[in-house]
Design a protein around this ligand. Sequence first.
Ligand code: ZN
Length: 373
Amino acid sequence: MKATWEKLRKPSAILEHSSAQLPLFKRHKCKQDGRDLFIYGTRAHTLPWQEELPPLRFSPESHLRWHPLRQEWVCYAAHRQNRTFKPPLAYCPFCPTRTKDVPTEIPCSDFEVAVFENRFSAFALEAQQTPELSIASAPAIGQCEIVVYSPFHEGSLGSLSLRQVELIVRVWNDRYQDLMARESIQFVMPFENRGEEVGVSLHHPHGQIYAFSYIPPVVAKMREAFREKPVLQELRQTMGREYYIFNDRAVFAFVPPFQRYPYEVWLTTHEFHPGLWTFSQAEIHSLASTLGKVVRLYDRLFNRPCPYIMLLYAAPKGEQKHFQFHIQFLPVLRAADKLKYLAGCETGAGTFLADMLPEETAAQLRRLSHEEL
Ligand SMILES: [Zn+2]
């Protein structure tokens, strides 16, 4: 297929190995419908392939239309209407194929982390036909991938072992490098939607990766801000200690003094990094450990699995010098049973109304973090 994947013809190709870290193995399989499946792990994956979910019965049809007032693209992907919605446990497509009669997306009896192209992808790497329209339109070029965090149906970044979360961080890093190497891709964003409140239809612990052929509007604004000055470095120097939630030698987590969502938390590194690809092993370890602690803290805060959107922001193509890697957690609750709605002022004007001050939510999170997480 792609030249860089030649080395993956062997059952399992080793990508990294040094005395300071566990090796990272990657095994590739081309699914019946042409989608790629990668099995990642700290050991070589040699289990036999089982039967897989039947191929797609529709071809993806997506395109972009330009919104002239918002000055941004809107993506239309009608085939996504048919996507899997809250299947019963026995039909979870992200569990390994443990019996022959229930094939899944991952046709082998076990794995550590699996990545595959979304069956209901909004984007496609091959240009598709765009309908004739009176307004500006474009093919929806890009890639949408699913990252399955664990072979077990239950769990979260907060309950998985540190070793497993570290593996997930290294898988994100490999996906960044693979996707950013493609000419048509400008920006890659791993993210996680957690909880039914943010529309999650499959409960198996997983995240997603969207690879864009253009710089999306939120990231374009960030790019301008980072070009102007090192925003996060300056914030680190000027922000008071009361905003910090976790802090070690490599990574720190804090409530931004301008938070929009109640209990919003950001993670970044003390040293400047454009993306995970420049992280040291110690920084990857620290990031994984902090990710787990933040999710456990949220669950402790509301005494229930906290629904959130987690976003990884790494430099778009050509922005390595200025754009600083960071992660944003946007929880969608303002209390255990109260959702934060994006209503008139937020949706219509782009101005968030907040009930709680960032200083208050930071103090509350800090108090809760004193007991071991
Ligand atoms: Zn499952």
